[in-house]
Design a protein around this ligand. Structure first.
Ligand SMILES: Cc1cc2nc3c(=O)[nH]c(=O)nc-3n(C[C@H](O)[C@H](O)[C@H](O)COP(=O)(O)O)c2cc1C
Ligand code: SF4
Length: 451
């Protein structure tokens, strides 16, 4: 792993200028520590932890020991908002056998997790530290796996590249409109369980190529209420948000949405019809406006597809084993994520947007995040891999006004590698005792499987 060559602001901004991308940069990060009110809630500061799956649930979908440890660490760190990881709305909607799943059987354990998380948020100061807790609800769709961990894809549309990657024949049946209607009921039920468990809100996940994200880009889904026009492609998401809001008016409605999938038109959401390699963020802006009108009070904007186009959503230095190096400079990826988030934030200025994709920036992350907030490009700044590496970054920022390179994520992709190898994910570099053995065990399994 090469060392990080951008020791100071000037070095980073010189690289941005060479790449012809825009990177906001604030001298101090104080704005990230200031409270604000939006969507009827008080946010204790502008620091957020976006969903980070640990793949460490029990077979029934309940949080496991490491899940509880992770959220206690997150909460003790001082972020105003914790956006809990991808959680399936029913057991057969999971992407791996250890993915969390919320339902009648597991809601009690989720209640305990919420209580322990709130308790950890209060502990460091011995007084009440408000923290907003959002649960991400999902169906894994194309990336579904069965209880034994075998691929069991549910697809909303055909896609030449992804169908081939999964070995799906052209005649493979699509999930039907009737099945999707029933799935809306599952999202509603899961939201009810999340409310009963004590979460402040739920996210209807529509990103990263999972089922609802695939529906957003389902241009070619013949004779379906859920495919073709923008109205139809966004129907599932919008109706689900609307139904949850009607049933559970006190819940904060959230959506983590892809602004662009990264595939050429007509194979994804947000693609420019004239220039196949470019995004057209008009659809993302319109979707955000519709979600806002339906009562959605929190958005998180992301891009790409973690399995096929990881550089778009998770700019990184080192690739997964056997994968190609990123096709662009990671700073270009960070700039694109910032730009997409800002476009959506400006389209719906009354809905707070959480920006993500900053972890590659290391010590510059709070300054860039503060720059984005000061320019109105996001209301909150999310730390994804940095949540694994440095869950208490807000407290460190409050103490010192800055973060040091040596305490942050180095974008080495090892947490993603653990996930890909079927292990329990966390930071191998900064939480080494727990996660280095996981990495090693996973690598051994992968080598054994290859023979
Ligand atoms: C190990 C791992 C698990 C993740 N789990 C989720 C998840 O459950 N839901 C989700 O929407 N994104 C997930 N992400 C994506 C992150 O939330 C985030 O968008 C991405 O890492 C980029 O932000 P960063 O640069 O701060 O890491 C995950 C990423 C990693 C590396
Ligand atoms: S293992 Fe740690 S340092 Fe490496 S990418 Fe993941 S969070 Fe960052």
């Amino acid at each position: 792993m090469k060392s990080f060559p951008y020791a100071d602001r000037d070095a980073l901004l010189a690289e941005a200028s060479r790449l012809e991308v825009e990177i906001p940069y604030a001298a101090g990060a104080q704005v990230l520590l200031e409270p604000f009110v939006a969507s009827g809630r008080r946010f204790a500061n502008r620091c957020a932890l976006p969903p980070m799956e640990g793949c460490d649930g029990e077979p029934c979908g309940s949080p496991g020991e490491l899940t509880t440890r992770r959220y206690a660490r997150f909460a003790a760190g001082g972020s105003a908002l914790i956006w809990f990881e991808a959680t399936a709305v029913r057991p057969d909607a999971r992407s791996n056998p250890r993915q969390l799943c919320i339902g009648q059987e597991t809601v009690g354990r989720f209640r305990q997790l919420v209580e322990e998380t709130r308790c950890a948020a209060r502990a460091p100061q011995g007084g009440p530290q408000e923290v907003l807790l959002i649960l991400q609800l999902t169906h894994a769709g194309r990336w579904r796996r069965d209880a034994a961990g075998r691929p069991a894809p549910v697809i909303a549309r055909h896609h030449p590249l992804l169908d081939e990657a999964l070995g799906l024949p052209p005649g493979r049946a699509l999930v039907t409109d009737e099945e999707l209607d029933r799935l809306q009921d599952d999202f509603l039920m899961a939201a009810e369980c999340a409310a009963a468990a004590g979460f402040d809100g739920v996210d209807v996940k529509a990103c990263h190529g999972y089922l609802l994200s695939e529906l957003l880009g389902a241009h070619a889904r013949p004779d379906s209420r859920y495919g073709g026009s923008f109205e139809n492609r966004t129907r599932f998401l919008c109706e689900t948000i609307e139904r949850i809001g009607a049933r559970l008016p006190h819940l904060l409605l959230a959506c983590r949405m892809n602004a662009w999938d990264g595939f050429p038109y007509p194979f994804g959401f947000g693609a420019d019809r004239e220039r196949p390699e470019e995004p057209d963020l008009a659809e993302a802006e319109e979707l955000a406006r519709r979600l806002g009108a339906l009562g959605c009070g929190l958005l998180n904007v992301t891009l790409g597809h973690p399995r096929v186009l990881p550089h778009l959503g998770r700019p990184y230095g080192a690739a997964l084993a056997g994968a190609a190096a990123p096709p662009e400079h990671p700073l270009a990826g960070v700039a694109r994520l910032i730009g997409a988030g800002a476009r959506v934030q400006r389209a719906v200025s009354y809905v707070p947007v959480v920006g993500t994709g900053y972890s590659w920036l290391r010590q510059h992350f709070p300054h860039v995040g503060a720059g984005v907030v000061e320019q109105g490009g996001a209301a909150l700044v999310g730390a994804g891999r940095n949540a694994f590496a440095c869950p208490d970054f807000p407290r460190r920022l409050a103490r010192r006004g800055r973060l040091e390179e040596g305490e942050l994520c180095i974008a080495c992709s090892r947490c993603s590698q653990i996930m890909r190898d079927g292990g329990k994910a966390g930071c191998v570099v900064r939480d080494r005792e727990v996660y280095l053995p996981e990495l090693r065990a996973g690598r051994r399994r992968a080598k054994g499987a290859r023979g």
